[in-house]
Design a protein around this ligand. Structure first.
Ligand code: SIN
Ligand code: FE2
Length: 217
């Protein structure tokens, strides 16, 4: 065994990893459709461009966001909600591209959640330094359906905690094409994203794009 054979390999990355009960990381799952996804994202952002939304507390988020699907997640001074209308354009959010639906449904099924039909897809853009503090996804009407989260571009460190904010967090490196699915007893786990490290991705440049699929109603 020569040392250089393993140069740059800092961990073994199994194709799928159980993160917790009901939560799974599917590595590289979105790679076969990466070009279709990027084309579809371009179409979405021409209709509903990325914007930095404000939190109810008055802070501007470092992650830029847009949505597609019949409902989009928004935040402003009045709170968090799902809305059928893009507040910037005054029009409905762009349709969810069929490739998005298929990918989300297949990833959910792989993780044990059959018939996942999300009506909301939040598109998050992280530039170097952008982060998402620990939170629970709890703006949906019920928590029966899982969350499906697709990572594209620069890698991120995903923080995975417990059901209490103060619970200790594990760190997972999410690479281009990785998909995380969480539901069941993990549905309300606190999670977040550490400040994005700078870098240059071959397809996406200096950014990470995350697609988060949810059944909101
Ligand atoms: C989210 O929690 O909504 C997004 C997570 C991510 O960007 O990986
Ligand atoms: Fe989240």
């Amino acid at each position: 065994m020569t040392a250089d054979l393993f140069d740059g390999v800092d961990e073994v990355r199994p194709a799928r990893e159980t993160i917790a009960d009901g939560a799974m990381l599917l590595r590289g799952f979105a790679r076969p459709v990466q070009h279709d996804l990027l084309r579809a994202i371009d179409g979405i952002v021409t209709q509903s461009p990325f914007r930095h939304m404000s939190t109810p507390g008055g802070y501007q988020m470092s992650v830029a966001m847009t949505n597609c699907g019949s409902l989009g997640w928004v935040t402003d001074r009045t709170g968090y909600r799902y809305d059928a209308i893009d507040p910037d354009s005054g029009k409905p959010w762009p349709d969810m591209p069929p490739i998005f639906r298929e990918l989300a449904g297949q990833a959910a099924a792989q993780a044990g959640y059959a018939d996942f039909r999300p009506e909301a897809c939040l598109v998050n853009r992280y530039e170097p330094g952008a982060r998402l503090s620990l939170h629970q996804d709890r703006d949906e009407e019920n928590y029966d359906a899982p969350i499906v989260s697709v990572s594209l571009g620069l890698h991120a460190i995903f923080l995975w905690g417990g059901l209490k904010r103060a619970d200790k967090t594990a760190r997972y490196r999410l690479e281009h094409g990785d998909v995380v699915v969480w539901g069941g007893s993990s549905r309300l786990v606190f999670h977040g994203v550490a400040p994005l490290a700078d870098g240059e991705h071959a397809l996406l440049g200096r950014q990470r794009i995350n697609l988060t699929f949810r059944k909101a109603r």
